[in-house]
Write a protein that binds this ligand. Structure first.
Ligand code: CA
Length: 230
């Protein structure tokens, strides 16, 4: 799952980009500070960079990123600022988006740039289990059992994907909360059980065999992962 770093001082824009990118299957880091961005580049596969930052000149930051290597950058600029845009491209930006933008368009551009850079964003990454019975697509957040697509909520999908990440391994409720919610929240552990219950119901008659309960510990996937197909 490629990681996109969003460097943007306007919180609303940051959050909307996070939402859209996460929905498209990216892992997302955000910061409103150019100084902090400098510490995060190493963890990113692509940077969405607002050129109008309060603490550091966006173009300086861009020059810095490009000096570090081949990390792709898409600059976010104000519509009026043709000069800024040209400057960005001169400095090696891989693409630009003018504000106000459609977040969906940004996602498409991120995918396109990553593809050009040999990333795997738009390729499907479908893992199969139990001889193809269960299929999980990490990019599109879709899953199928016996060729029927499962209609899952984001939490249910997250749980299934987390449990399937290491087939056969037992995941505690605590760990599942962490993986699905991205933070530690003890009160949430109990509600994991009800999400699992719903998930099993959607998996049909064999729900409890696909997701097994390990008493006193947690849950594990009851199907083994198929060999990678090349
Ligand atoms: Ca700004």
């Amino acid at each position: 799952m490629p990681t996109v770093l969003v460097v943007e001082d306007e919180r609303d824009i940051r959050e909307v980009l996070r939402r859209y990118l996460e929905r498209a299957g990216f892992s997302v880091l955000t910061t409103g500070s150019g100084a902090e961005a400098l510490t995060l580049f190493a963890s990113a596969d692509l940077v969405l960079l607002d050129l109008g930052l309060p603490d550091i000149e966006g173009t300086d930051l861009l020059r810095e990123i490009k000096a570090l290597g081949s990390l792709p950058v898409i600059v976010l600029t104000a519509r009026s600022s043709t000069e800024e845009r040209i400057r960005g491209l001169e400095l090696g930006a891989d693409d630009y988006v003018t504000k106000p933008f459609s977040p969906h368009e940004v996602v498409l551009r991120v995918q396109a740039v990553l593809n050009r850079h040999g990333g795997s964003a738009a390729e499907s990454e479908i893992a199969t289990y139990g001889g193809g019975r269960l299929r999980i697509d990490d990019n599109s957040h879709r899953a199928w059992l016996d060729d029927a697509e499962l209609d899952l909520t984001p939490t249910e999908w997250g749980l299934l994907s987390a449990i399937a990440a290491a087939a056969g391994r037992v995941y505690s409720r605590y760990e599942l909360v962490n993986r699905v919610r991205g933070y530690e929240y003890e009160g949430y552990e109990r509600t994991i059980d009800s999400h699992i219950k719903n998930l099993r119901r959607k998996l049909g008659a064999e729900g409890s065999q696909v997701i097994e309960t390990v008493l006193g510990v947690g849950y594990r996937l009851g199907l083994s992962r198929d060999e990678e197909q090349r």
